[in-house]
Design a protein around this ligand. Structure first.
Ligand code: P1T
Length: 381
């Protein structure tokens, strides 16, 4: 089955007793057993729940996990809960290599939580292959990449990073939140684990917080399933259901997010009040060629610098009417934010700088002319 079909059907057969065509929200904490220890597949909802299970089946299918491989997906209570589960795979003395441009929360977790427990980390500009190759240490257990990165939309060559990680016996984790499996398939390119904040495009409607880890490796999948149950950061059935519903339209939404974002990027590139536009689909993006090769589209995120520093960025972000001033991304509604003082405030003052005049747009599904008019009036304000 193809992507669009799997998104609607994988793990989502009509309900056996009622024929319901959508997976029910199994709002139950526990399941009656036929005899002590003899249950019908489910015991307790932290361990497994049918709504969550359906979500995990479809997530694994969309990330291209071969059903025969015994790999799979685990869904978590948030993207950061997925990151934290990965953290449990590490021991004191291990080293993690991070990109020098990543979601602020990811950096905060490794720098301020795991580092306290003796897991070392360092960061490097992973757009530079040589720097990536030399930054891996004998103790490196994990190479973490985000591509495109949040918020600078830089790309990392997944196949190359997988080669570097595996050459040193490390695992490669790819945060695929910005691209989604519709535009990018990291496991096929050699990644060991794909991470998602399903809060974003996979849910797609800004109405839930969730996360997921997907792997084609049976041993890693078993460990992650064990850790999910042992540590317990599971999504509730309603949240799992919201993501399940969002996934059904992921393909069409990503097409329109990408089409609108391309128009926004072209409009900003021509605008006299804009100094620099960052969008992987623009031919002047430093990794446009890699984007064309590694992704099947360029996504819905656009970043730009208005020039004039932080006050101008703040003014523009406060002046839009349709683009809502808010953190997060990937929903049907367009959002605008200033990473230096919002999503990435926790990493400012460290090596992981984002320019203070950077404005990040999550381009939604409104009519493109309304979006362009809104940006134009805000830039002229
Ligand atoms: O917010 P949560 O669902 O826990 O996901 C964390 C996360 C992980 N990876 C990436 C690439 C992300 O962008 C995020 C969350 N990001 C935002 C909230 C934001 O506005 O950028």
């Amino acid at each position: 089955m193809r992507f669009e079909t799997e998104a609607i059907h994988a793990g989502q057969e009509p309900d056996r007793t009622t024929g319901a065509v959508t997976v029910p929200i199994y709002a139950t904490s526990t399941f009656a057993q036929d005899a002590p220890g003899r249950h019908r597949g489910y015991e307790y909802s932290r361990t497994d729940n049918p709504t969550r299970h359906a979500l995990e089946v479809v997530l694994a299918a969309l990330e291209g996990v071969d059903p025969e491989s015994q790999g799979g997906a685990v869904s978590t209570a948030s993207g950061m809960a997925a990151t934290a589960l990965i953290g449990y795979l590490l021991q004191p003395g291990d080293h993690v290599l991070l990109p020098n441009d990543a979601y602020g929360g990811t950096f905060r977790f490794f720098a301020r939580v795991l580092a306290e427990q003796g897991v070392a980390w360092s960061s490097v500009d992973m757009t530079d292959r040589r720097l990536l190759e030399t930054a891996v240490r004998p103790q490196t257990k994990l190479v973490w990449i985000e591509t495109p990165t949040n918020p600078l939309l830089r790309l990392v060559d997944i196949e190359h990073a997988a080669g570097v990680a595996h050459g040193r016996g490390a695992h490669l984790v790819v945060d695929n939140t910005f691209a989604t499996p519709y535009l990018q398939q990291p496991l096929a390119a050699g990644a060991d684990v794909v991470l998602h904040s399903t809060t974003k495009y996979l849910g797609g409607h800004s109405d839930t917080v969730g996360g997921a880890l997907v792997t084609g490796a049976p041993d890693l999948f078993e460990k992650l399933r064990f850790l999910l149950n042992a540590a317990g950061p599971v999504p509730g059935p309603f949240d799992a259901w919201l993501v399940l519903r969002g996934l059904k339209t992921l393909a069409v939404r990503m097409e329109r997010h990408g089409a609108n974002a391309a128009r926004v990027a072209a409009f900003l590139a021509d605008h006299p009040a804009v100094k620099e536009v960052i969008y992987p689909g623009l031919s002047n993006h430093p990794q446009h060629e890699l984007a064309t090769r590694q992704m099947t589209g360029f996504g819905g995120m656009v970043s730009f610098r208005a020039g004039g520093g932080a006050p101008v960025a703040a003014r523009v972000a406060s002046s839009t009417r349709l683009f809502l001033l808010a953190e997060s991304l990937g929903g049907v509604e367009s959002l605008i934010e200033v990473p230096a003082v919002m999503t990435h405030a926790s990493v400012q003052g460290t090596e992981l700088q984002v320019p203070d005049d950077l404005v990040r747009l999550s381009v939604g599904l409104e009519h493109i002319d309304d979006l362009l008019e809104d940006l134009d009036q805000a830039l002229r304000s």
